[in-house]
Design a protein around this ligand. Structure first.
Ligand code: GTP
Ligand code: ZN
Length: 371
C-alpha cells in the first residue's frame, strides 16, 4: 500500500481524530506531513498528496523558533490558493514531539533560544525501542534501553521495548526479557525475530486504530528489517505490482511517513534513527575525531574552542582546514551529550550492567546462549 493508492481516502487511516477538528482554522482542510523540504512539505490530504509551501504565518513563527517548523507526522492546515494550489497555513498542536538530541519542548532548559529546538517527528503514539538481544558478541545493552525509554516518555509517546533478533538467542531469552522488564518498569517488553516472523504480529497490534510509531535503536538493531516485515504482513496486490517495477521501494524511500498494510503508520527518517544514541562524550569524540585530534594542539587541556587563547581548533577554522559546519555540529552534540549525561544515574546503570555482565559470564561458562 502507498499513499498513491489512497486517493480520496479516509483521513482516519492516517491517524486523524475528531479531537483535532477544533484546532483547524476556518477555511482550511487537514493534511498530514509525509516529508519536508526547505520551505515546503509533501502532505497527504483527503484528496491525495500535495507539495505545499509554507504560508507567511508559518514562516514567521519558524523564524522566531524552529520548533514551529513543520515536520514529518505533523497535522497541518491547508489553505486553498488560486489555480488549485494550497499553502501550509498552520501547524496544528502536537500530541507528542521528538526533538533533535531528545530534548523536548517543555524541558529543554539549558538549550532554549539557541536554535537547537528542531522537531524531528510529531504526533507519534508508540515508540518501539529496538535493542538487539545479541549484537556481534555482546548482549542487550540495558543502559541504552533505559535511555531510549526515557526519551520516549519524554516525547509524549508510549515506549515498547523490542528485543530484536531473538532467533540468535536460543537459551536464556526469558532471563533477558525479565531483566529488561526490571530495567524498564511499566513498559511492555517483547522478544522479536523479524527473520522468523516471531512477534511481528504482536508488534503490529500496537498500531491498531491507525496509530503512528517510530523505531529507535542502534545501527544493526534490525529496525529496517522489522518495518519491512510489518509492511509484508498483509501484502496487497498493488504493492506486489509496484515492487515488480521498483516503484514500491521508491515510495518508501521518498516518503518518511509509511502506511502499513495492516493499519497504522511508521515514521522513519535518518534523524529519528539516530535520536538519543549519542549519550556519552566518548561517542561524540568518536564521531568528531578530527576535532578531537586538533584539540590536542590547544594551549589549555580543557579548551572549549570558543575564545580561548592558543586554540588550535579556532586556528584550523580560520585557515580553512576545519569547515565551520563541523564545529557547529560538534558544539551541538557536546550540549546534547552534556544534557543526556544528566538524565541517567550513571552509578545505578553501572551497577545494573555489572550484574548483567556477571550473569552472562556464568551463562558462557555453563555453555548456554551460544548463538
Ligand atoms: N538473525 C537475525 N538477523 C536479523 C534480524 N533482523 C535483522 N537482522 C539482520 O541484522 C542486520 C541489520 O538489520 P537492519 O534492519 O538493517 O538494521 P537497522 O537497525 O535498520 O540498521 P541501520 O539501518 O544501520 O540503523 C541485517 O543483516 C539483517 O538481516 C532477525 O530477526 N534475526
Ligand atoms: Zn581549543
Amino acid at each position: 500500500m502507498s499513499f498513491d493508492d489512497l486517493s480520496l481516502f479516509d483521513l482516519s487511516l492516517l491517524g486523524w481524530t475528531a479531537a483535532r477538528v477544533s484546532a483547524l482554522p476556518v477555511g482550511t482542510v487537514p493534511a498530514r506531513v509525509a516529508r519536508v523540504d526547505r520551505g515546503a512539505a509533501e502532505v497527504i490530504a483527503a484528496d491525495g498528496t500535495h507539495h505545499v509551501r509554507y504560508g507567511a504565518q508559518v514562516r514567521r513563527a519558524a523564524a522566531a523558533d524552529p520548533v514551529a517548523l513543520p515536520c514529518v507526522g505533523d497535522w497541518v492546515a491547508l489553505r486553498p490558493l488560486a489555480e488549485g494550489r494550497s499553502e501550509l497555513a498552520a501547524v496544528l498542536p502536537r500530541t507528542s514531539s521528538f526533538m533533535r538530541g531528545g530534548v523536548s519542548r517543555t524541558s529543554r532548559a539549558g538549550l532554549s533560544g539557541d536554535g537547537q529546538g528542531q522537531v524531528l517527528a510529531a504526533n507519534v503514539d508508540v515508540v518501539f525501542v529496538a535493542e538487539p538481544s545479541m549484537h556481534a558478541t555482546d548482549f542487550a545493552d540495558l543502559g541504552r534501553i533505559e535511555r531510549l525509554v526515557a526519551l520516549a516518555w519524554e516525547s509524549g509517546a508510549t515506549p515498547v521495548v523490542l528485543l530484536t533478533k531473538s532467533d540468535l538467542f536460543e537459551n536464556g531469552l526469558d532471563d533477558l526479557v525479565s531483566d529488561v522488564r526490571a530495567a524498564a518498569p511499566g513498559v511492555d517488553v517483547h522478544a522479536v525475530s523479524s527473520l522468523l516472523g516471531e512477534g511481528v504480529g504482536l508488534v503490529g497490534g500496537y498500531l491498531a486504530g491507525s496509530r503512528t510509531a517510530v523505531v529507535l535503536g542502534p545501527s544493526g538493531a534490525g529496525k529496517s528489517t522489522l518495518v519491512n516485515a510489518l509492511a509484508e504482513t498483509a501484502a496487497m496486490p498493488t504493492q506486489l505490482v509496484r515492487a515488480a517495477d521498483g516503484r514500491g521501494r521508491h515510495t518508501t524511500v521518498h516518503r518518511e511517513l509509511i502506511p502499513l498494510p495492516g493499519g497504522g503508520l511508521v515514521i522513519d527518517t535518518p534523524g529519528i534513527r539516530r535520536v538519543g544514541l549519542y549519550e556519552m562524550t566518548d561517542g561524540v569524540d568518536l564521531v568528531f575525531s578530527d576535532i578531537d585530534e586538533l584539540s590536542r594542539g590547544c594551549r589549555f587541556d580543557d579548551c572549549d574552542h570558543d575564545a580561548e587563547p592558543g586554540c588550535a581548533v579556532i586556528a584550523a577554522l580560520e585557515n580553512g582546514e576545519l569547515p565551520e559546519r563541523r564545529l557547529t555540529s560538534w558544539r551541538k552534540l557536546q550540549r546534547e551529550a552534556a544534557w543526556m549525561a544528566t538524565r541517567t544515574d550513571v552509578r545505578l546503570r553501572k551497577e545494573r550492567q555489572n550484574r548483567w555482565r556477571q550473569i552472562h559470564k556464568e551463562m558462557r561458562r555453563s555453555g548456554r546462549n551460544r548463538p
